[in-house]
Every structure is written in structure tokens, then in C-alpha cells.
Design a protein around this ligand. Sequence first.
Ligand SMILES: [Zn+2]
Length: 305
Amino acid sequence: MRYLLALLISLLPLTASAAPRVVADIAPVHSIAAAIMQGASTPELLVPATADVHGIALRPSDARRLSEADIVFWIGPALSPWLSDPLDSLAPQAQRIALTELDLPTLLPTRENAAFEAHDHDHDHDEHATDAPIDPHIWLAPENAIRIAAHMAQVLGEADPVNAALYQANATQLAARIEAASAVVETTLAPHANGAFIVLHDAYHYFEDRFGIAATAAISASDAAAPGAARLQAVRALIAETPNLRCLFAEPQQADAQARQIAQDTGLYLATLDPMGVDLPPGPALFPELIENLAASLAECLAKD
Ligand SMILES: [Zn+2]
């Protein structure tokens, strides 16, 4: 009997390791995966929330994670072009899922100009029919996050049928949590529908679109490439001619010297928006808290006199 018990206990890690080894590229994607896998296993995070996902290099520890992965969930080459080749060479064995290629409820084109055209909130999301590439910040539309969660539950369930019901139940639970966070965001932002602000890089198109706010301009485009002199000039001109402009939002992942200088020259409040969740522990709770925090940061600055 004692022998049998010892045998059973020795088998437990084997049972646990039936769950696939999952790597996620950024903290929000990792958070969604962690929520789906809760109770079965834990995904690995490739890019720390402090890093600029648009332009970092792979570390040796990342290479190991990728080579050991069964499934890799990543946004796609539009967000992290540097990750395409390492994925092919280091994780040929893994199921590699680029989330921008899913049939998502909302896909928006990149906005190339520093100044954004006025939003039409009744449009039917067919803008990606244009030639402009897809804006890769897809996770900032909650409906996309819910769709991504459902897809992850399906993929994980196929790879690990023993836990398929758990993944599905977790996806349902996460969807409810994200809906609740969206309701909080709506309430928080309701008084600021006409608030005008500038962002450091064009990361929030999806969030703006979903929640009825609109950035006036971005210093850098959605690929976060350093702006040229003409673009900086255009941003400064816009600030001068937009009377109700109040805030300039920098980001923890990007150098803020330019934003700081512009804010100082123009008298805008300098605040911070975090699209990744720097101050949040990686894990299931990060994503819904991230979108609530975005709204809180926006509202806090836009409420200033
Ligand atoms: Zn970005």
C-alpha cells in the first residue's frame, strides 16, 4: 500500500506535464494565456513589460524558452518584426500562432500621419479593406482579447484534451472579467469623451475606437520608430492650434525625452499611459487591470484644469 502510494505520488509530475509548454510574447498576451491555463499550467513570458516590444533583441534565456515551447502565442510580425526569424529557427517544433492573423472582431489600419482624422464611432470596422497595414496593438480592444482567449482555449484543448473543459471554463470566466473591466472603463471615461490628448506612440487606436475617445496625434507612429523633424513639427503645430488639448502621455517602455521637451515647451501636462502592464504582476489578473488602469490614467490627466 505504501509502495503504491509512493508510486502514485511519483507519477503526479508526469500527469501535470501533460499540459503543453506555452510561450507568450508580451505581458497582455501572457496574461490571457495564464488565465486560460489556470489550474493546468503556467505560460512563459518572452518580453518583459518594461521592454519596448517594437525593437528589442532576443536574450539567450528567450532562445531556450522558444526551443522548449509546444505552443507560441504572439501578436505577429507587425508588432515584433525581430521575432519572426528566431521563431522559425528556434521553435520549428512549436505551434506558432500569430494573433493578428485570427478572425478578430476589430482590425484597424495603421495611422501614418502625426495628426489623426476625426473618429466615426458608427463605422462598421471595414477599414482594413484599405491597403494600410493592420495596427498590431490588437489587444487593446477588449472584444479582441475575448476572441483571443476563446481561440487559446480551443488550441490548448486540442493539444491537451484532458484539460479541454478547464480551458473552456476559464475562457468563459475571463470573458466575464474583461466585460466587467470594459464597463469600468466606460464609466471612467464617460466624462472625458471630448478630452484632447497627444500620445507618445500610436498604440491606442483600438482603445480609442472602442471607448469613444480620440487622441489628437502621436509623436511616433504605431511601429514606435523615432519621428523625423517634419513629424515633430506637425505635432507641435497641432498642439498650438488645438485649444482644448491638455495632456501628453509618455510610456514606460519608450524614451520620453522628446515628450518631456514638447510638454515643457507647450505647457501640456505630461502623464503616462502603459499599454503593457509594467506595474502589474504578470499573470491572469494583469490584462483586465491593464485596461482599467489605462482609463484611470487618461481620466486623471484629462480631469485637470
Ligand atoms: Zn506599440
